[in-house]
Write a protein that binds this ligand. Structure first.
Ligand code: MRU
Length: 347
C-alpha cells in the first residue's frame, strides 16, 4: 500500500485521522485541500510531508503564493519545506518538469526507507557483540553497537535466539512515509529477518499516533507488540524491558540535535540512564545543515484543544489552559547513532 501518491491528476493519500477504524483514501485536487489535510494530520510524518509538499507544488499550477502557504503548513519537519523547494525549483521549466521532480521525491523516499531498514537492522544485529558484526564500510557498523553500560551483553541480547526488543514512540512506519517507514522500517526488516522479539509502542499523547497507527501497522506486519503509556517508557527501560530505542526525526540540526515527537527527549534520558542504545532513523533529507543546533528548531504548538479533549470527548474542565508542544529536541549527546539512507552517524 502507498500512503501517498499521484493518481490521475490528484494527490491521493490515506486519511490517517480515520485509522484504525477505517482505511479511507482522500483525493485532493487543490493546494488548500492539501494544506487542510496536513493541518489536521490526515497526512503526517516527516517523509510523507516531504512527498506531500512536492506533489502539492504540482497542484499549485504555478501559483507562488499557494506554494509559500503549503511550505509553511507545518513548521518543524524540514522535509515539508524541502519537498516543496525541490519541486518548485522546476517551476520555470513547466508543469511536466515539476511533476517529474515531485515523483522523484516519492521514488527517492521509497528507496531511502528500504536502505534505512537494511542499515538499521544491520546495526541492531551487532547489539551486545563486542566489536560488532562488520557489515558495511561506515564506522558505526564496523564498531558495532554496544550500550553505555553494556546492557546489551548484560541481558545477553546479541546472542538471544528470541531476537531484539525495541521501544518506539509516535508512528514512523509506512504511514509516515510512502511505502515503508524509517524507525519502524528497521523494525520491519528485523521482523523479516526473524530477529524481532517484540516492539513496545508508546501511545503518543495527545493524538495517539502510537496507539492508533503504529499498532495498526505492526498488526498488519504480524510483528509482536505491546502498547504502553508514554510515561511508562523510561521506567520500562530502567527495568530492562527493551534492548534499544528506535525513533524517527522531524529535523536533525547540524550538530545532531534531533527534533521528534514529544516524549522522545524523556525516552532519551531514560535510555541514557539505563544504558540502552538510543537510535534515530531518518533520511538524509531530514538533516538540516542550515540549523546549527536544536535551540534553533521551531517547535509546533498545536493548541489546547488536542489536550483537553480526546477524539471529541472533553477530559479537563471547560476553560482549562494547556501547553501542547508537538515535538521536543533530544540533544546529540543522548543519541547513540543516527541511521540514514547513506550512513551511520555517531553524534
Ligand atoms: O505530528 P506527527 O505525527 O507528524 O509527528 C511525526 C513524528 O514525530 C515522527 O516521528 C517523524 O516525523 C518521523 S516519521 C518517519
Amino acid at each position: 500500500m502507498r500512503t501517498i501518491d499521484w493518481v490521475d491528476g490528484a494527490v491521493e493519500l490515506v486519511d490517517q485521522t480515520r485509522l484504525p477504524d477505517e482505511c479511507v483514501m482522500l483525493r485532493l485536487t487543490t493546494v488548500d485541500e492539501l494544506i487542510e489535510a496536513i493541518g489536521r494530520l490526515a497526512v503526517r510524518g516527516a517523509p510523507a510531508l516531504g512527498v506531500a509538499g512536492a506533489l502539492g507544488v504540482v497542484l499549485a499550477h504555478g501559483d507562488r503564493d499557494a506554494v509559500a502557504r503549503l511550505r509553511a503548513a507545518r513548521p518543524t519537519a524540514v522535509n515539508l519545506a524541502w519537498g516543496v523547494d525541490r519541486a518548485a525549483a522546476h517551476l520555470p521549466e513547466g508543469p511536466d518538469a515539476v511533476l517529474a521532480a515531485a515523483l522523484r521525491v516519492r521514488d527517492d523516499d521509497i528507496a531511502a526507507c528500504l536502505a534505512m531498514g537494511e542499515r538499521g537492522a544491520d546495526l541492531l544485529e551487532t547489539l551486545g557483540s563486542p566489536g560488532g558484526l562488520a557489515s558495511r564500510e561506515d564506522a558505526g557498523s564496523r564498531e558495532g553497537l554496544t550500550s553505555r553500560e553494556g546492557a546489551g551483553s548484560r541481558e545477553g541480547v546479541g546472542g538471544r535466539a528470541g531476537g531484539l526488543r525495541v521501544m518506539t514512540v509516535c508512528n514512523t512506519g509506512g504511514l509516515a512515509a510512502v511505502e515503508r517507514g524509517t524507525a519502524l522500517g528497521v523494525v520491519q526488516t528485523l521482523h523479516e529477518r526473524g530477529r524481532l522479539a517484540e516492539v513496545l509502542a508508546l501511545e503518543t499523547r495527545p493524538l495517539l499516533q502510537g496507539a492508533r497507527l503504529t499498532t495498526w501497522e505492526l498488526a498488519r506486519m504480524g510483528a509482536p507488540h505491546r502498547l504502553v503509556t508514554d510515561s511508562a517508557g523510561p521506567y520500562l527501560l530502567a527495568r530492562g524491558a527493551a534492548d534499544a530505542v528506535l525513533i524517527g526525526a522531524d529535523r536533525i540540526a547540524a550538530n545532531g540535535d534531533t527534533a521528534n515527537k514529544i516524549g522522545s527527549y524523556a525516552l532519551a534520558l531514560g535510555a541514557a540512564r539505563a544504558g540502552v542504545p538510543f537510535i534515530v532513523v531518518a533520511p538524509e533529507t531530514t538533516i538540516d545543515p542550515a540549523t546549527p543546533s536544536g535551540e534553533h528548531i521551531e517547535i509546533e504548538d498545536r493548541g489546547a484543544d488536542e489536550i483537553v479533549t480526546v477524539r471529541g470527548v472533553r477530559l479537563a474542565p471547560e476553560g482549562t489552559r494547556a501547553l501542547n508542544p508537538a515535538f521536543d529536541v533530544t540533544p546529540h549527546d543522548l543519541i547513540t547513532a543516527i541511521v540514514t539512507d547513506q550512513r551511520v552517524i555517531r553524534p
